[in-house]
Design a protein around this ligand. Sequence first.
Ligand code: SAM
Length: 216
Amino acid sequence: MNFIAQRKQMVQIQLIDRGIKSERVLAAFSALARHEFVAVELINSAYEDCPLPIGAGQTISQPYMAALMTELLELKGNETVLELGTGSGYQTAILAALAKQVHTIERITHLSARAQAKFKLLGINNIQAHEGDGTLGLAQFQPYDAIIATAAAPQVPMPLIEQLKDNGKLIIPVGNRGFQTLTLIEKKNNQIFKTEKCGCVFVPLIGEKGWQSDDY
Ligand code: SAM
């Protein structure tokens, strides 16, 4: 089954009707098979309007939230992007369709390994996957044109701001463990501008500059 009709409906009802406008972003969500990134037993739910479990207590984000975050980065195709939280690899693959190079970092070994196998299977070759603590960024490939955190932090980790290029954009959910604000950070002439976009609920970004694993 190729789920073309479900994907078309997802793009229309969940993305376009809710205000996602970027043609490039809509084309990427129309083209990418989301059902490839969920477990077989959830395949019929792959295009539903919600996050889905991917194991280890983690989730593949709701399509709308993934699209909104992607749109806010305003990728043109030439960028080097850093993603924190590879998870299923779905958001990573969307970014790879819209940017030149994507570095993605995941703290859970088997999620990273599974996503990497999926990128290979789908023939996506502009993603470099890393394992580790994304709250520290990824210093060896900085600076980044865009940074996206797909898990929530109590505050914006300073290494991410430092590793962002001038004129770069960083999108990250910031707040407490139960509720956050999707926050856009822009660096212009080395000054930092912060815009709060909307409320959201994400799993925690666990690491040195994020939550400690036993924080509540
Ligand atoms: N983008 C993912 C997708 O499309 O499936 C959604 C990922 S899920 C909402 C958030 C991910 O962030 C989880 O896989 C989690 O293990 C990961 N994570 C949490 N803290 C992290 C950290 N410090 N560094 C890297 N990954 C982290």
